[in-house]
Design a protein around this ligand. Sequence first.
Ligand code: PMP
Ligand code: GLN
Length: 379
Amino acid sequence: MESKLPQLGTSIFTYMTGLANQHNALNLSQGFPEFDAPALLKQRLAHYSEQGFNQYSPSSGITPLQQQIAALVKRNYQLDISASDTVTVTSGATEALFVAIQAITHPGDEIIIFDPAYDSYEPAIELAGGRAVHIAMQAPDYAINWQQVAEAITDKTRGIIINSPHNPSAKTLKASDFSALKALLVKHDLLLISDEVYEHIAFDDTPHISVLTDPELFERAFVISSFGKTFHCTGWKMGYCVAPPALATEFRKIHQYVTFSSFTPAQLALADMLTEQSEHIDELSAFYQQKRDVLVKALQSSRFTILPSEGTYFLLLDYSAISELDDMAFCEYLVKEVGVAAIPLSVFYQNTPDDKVIRLCFAKEDNTLIAAAEKLCSL
Ligand code: PMP
Ligand code: GLN
């Protein structure tokens, strides 16, 4: 059979977690929490399944969850949205991203993405018959050069995908980025996909800027989030997309034939969690900031250069003072010889940069972070 994605192999997350397990290494590679989901969430999941809520839910999601998502949007971003017309519950942000990309991309269309880019964007664009146009953000500050973006726009450009807080760079977009972005979207009549899965993990009292805070941006946007990140339940694969009604209609046409609907007991449990324990969300940034600080402090005496982490649960380390190896070889050495698994940054680029940078996930218990840092300090 002729492959539709000939250049693609196994994802780096599968590869590195596999290596970490094989070598019994501390796994700071794939991004997932070492700690469990809140007790209430787990209890309610079991409860609703036990009570017989085990059949399909409405394709766009159960009403109480849509309403709680709308209430969260109102509380955090002061935007009034109609839950029934704008909120679609999905099977993870990955599904939402895939569906939004299919909805906007016609064969031959170009979608602008920023490298280092999360790995699911480009395959979804290609499967829609489009082409990803990569614009590199440069280490160490990973800022977007908006002039370069302006120059990359052609009459085939259909949309732009942004991600803030950003995986893997851990940088956040600033107000000036949003002004530049808006000017380009309006001038060229482009659509926006905003991957905000780390929206509740922003550090140093700098609030996350959501596309949902700006009605003019939201008018042309699909805003995507993930309960996996927010409630430490990445394995549930639950997320959602908020989009204005006309865009949500197109989104739903595709969503209904990708999954039709998402896991019913989980939707009911998440609606309860948002209703009864929304303070979990308010406390998440401080929770992860403490983890970041534990890891940074424990690495202080190492020979790595620690890059700033403004959000997400990732930290970048520059190892150019330690090794001449390329980042994939360095990560393989780390997992096999040092006992720590990390992610090489070059896999998120179209054109491999010379940077010697790796990503660590700090969604781990403090003792895991300290043990990993001790090993890294020996280099
Ligand atoms: N976007 C980004 C930037 C992510 O880091 C992730 C999760 N690793 C996703 C999307 C996918 O989220 P989910 O697990 O809910 O599909
Ligand atoms: N998003 C997670 C990360 O960046 C991994 C998700 C996955 O394994 N697909 O590490």
